[in-house]
Design a protein around this ligand. Structure first.
Ligand SMILES: NC(=O)c1ccc[n+]([C@@H]2O[C@H](COP(=O)([O-])OP(=O)(O)OC[C@H]3O[C@@H](n4cnc5c(N)ncnc54)[C@H](OP(=O)(O)O)[C@@H]3O)[C@@H](O)[C@H]2O)c1
Length: 288
C-alpha cells in the first residue's frame, strides 16, 4: 500500500465527542511541517499550528493554508517561555485536549564553536530542545490515553559532526528527553516517537548551506520534504519509538556511537562523497 493510501485508509482515532481529534504541530509553516499539517488534516485531524507568524494578519494564507482547512494558526515563539505558556493556555481553553503533538520546528546556525554567537546558541537550544520540552510539559497533563508525542529530530541527534555543535547538542538532548518521556508516560497509554531524517531539501537546508553548512548533508541526495512528511505522518498513525530516514544512515550513526573510531575512518570518504553531492545539488538549481 502506498503511504497516502495507508494514511487515508486508517482514519484518525475518534475522540469522546465523536469529532475530529486535535493535532498540535510546531514548525507547521516549514518545508516538512506544512506537508505534515496538510496530510494530518486530510486524515481527519483538526490541526493547531504554532508559529511565530500566528498573530499576523493574513497568516493562514501567508502560510499556504486555505481558509476551509481544519487548521488554526496560533502565535508561538519557542524561544520565549511566556509565548509557549500563552499558546498552551489558548489551546487547552479553546481547542480541546490534544491527541497528537508533533514537534517539527527547528533551527540551525552552523559554525565552529569558537565563533558561535550567543543569540544563535540560545535560539538553537530553545527551538530544538527546551521549547519542545516546555510545550510538552504544558500539554501533557490533559493528553488522554492513546495520545502520542512525535519529535522530528535529525540524523545530527545520533551522529556527532564538527561545525554544528549547538544544533547537534540540542538534538542529542531531544533524543534523550524523548527516551525518558516514553518511559514516564507508558502507563498512561501515551506513546512517544522520534524521527531522525538525514538532509531534506527545505528552506532550512538552503539557509544552512548559505551559512557554511557541512557538505556531509550531501553524501546522499537530500530527501524530498513530501516523502519525509509522509513517513512522519505514517509514524503519527503507527507509533514507533525511533525511525531513521534512511534506515541505513541510522544504523551507521548508532554504530559510530558504539565505535567512535569508525567515524574518524569513514570521514575522508564521506567528505569526498558529500563534496561531489553538493556540487550536483547546486548544478541542479539547489542552494538558491
Ligand atoms: N531540512 C533538513 O535538512 C532537516 C534534516 C534533518 C532534520 N530536520 C528537522 O526537521 C524539522 C523541520 O525542518 P524544515 O527543514 O522543515 O525547516 P524549515 O523549513 O526551516 O522550517 C522551520 C520551522 O521552524 C519554525 N520555527 C523556527 N524558529 C521558531 C521559533 N523561534 N518559534 C516557533 N517556531 C519556529 C518555523 O516557523 P515560523 O517561522 O512560522 O515561526 C518553521 O515552521 C526541524 O526540526 C529540523 O531540525 C531538517
Amino acid at each position: 500500500m502506498t503511504d497516502t493510501a495507508e494514511i487515508l485508509a486508517s482514519p484518525a482515532p475518534a475522540v469522546a465527542d465523536g469529532g475530529r481529534p486535535l493535532a498540535v504541530v510546531t514548525g507547521g509553516t516549514g518545508g516538512i511541517g506544512r506537508r505534515v499539517v496538510e496530510l494530518l488534516a486530510g486524515a481527519g485531524y483538526r490541526v493547531t499550528v504554532l508559529s511565530r507568524q500566528g498573530a499576523m494578519a493574513g497568516a493562514m494564507a501567508g502560510a499556504g493554508f486555505a481558509d476551509d482547512m481544519p487548521v488554526t494558526l496560533r502565535a508561538c515563539d519557542l524561544g520565549r517561555a511566556e509565548s509557549i505558556a500563552a499558546a498552551s493556555s489558548a489551546i487547552l481553553a479553546q481547542d480541546g485536549p490534544v491527541s497528537l503533538l508533533v514537534h517539527c520546528a527547528g533551527v540551525i546556525h552552523p559554525g565552529d564553536s569558537a565563533a558561535q554567537g550567543a543569540d544563535e546558541l540560545a535560539a538553537q537550544v530553545a527551538v530544538n530542545l527546551t521549547g519542545p520540552i516546555d510545550l510538552t510539559a504544558r500539554l501533557l497533563g490533559r493528553m488522554q490515553r492513546g495520545g502520542h508525542v512525535v519529535f522530528v529530530n535529525s540524523m545530527a541527534g545520533a551522529l556527532p559532526l564538527a561545525g554544528c555543535g549547538a544544533y547537534t547538542a540540542a538534538k542529542f538532548g531531544l533524543r534523550g528527553y524523548a527516551m525518558c518521556l516514553a518511559r514516564e508516560v507508558r502507563k498512561q497509554g501515551i506513546r512517544v516517537s522520534s524521527v531522525f531524517p538525514a538532509a531534506v531539501d527545505t528552506p532550512m537546508l538552503r539557509r544552512e548551506m548559505a551559512e557554511g553548512g557541512s557538505v556531509l548533508n550531501f553524501v546522499s541526495a537530500p530527501a524530498d520534504p513530501d516523502h519525509v512528511a509522509r513517513r512522519i505522518v505514517r509514524i503519527c498513525r503507527h507509533p514507533r519509538r525511533e525511525t531513521f530516514l534512511p534506515a541505513m544512515d541510522g544504523l551507521f550513526a548508532n554504530l559510530c556511537l558504539l565505535l567512535p573510531r569508525l567515524l574518524d575512518l569513514a570521514l575522508p570518504v564521506l567528505t569526498l562523497a558529500g563534496r561531489l553531492g553538493y556540487r550536483r545539488f547546486v548544478r541542479r538549481g539547489g542552494g538558491r
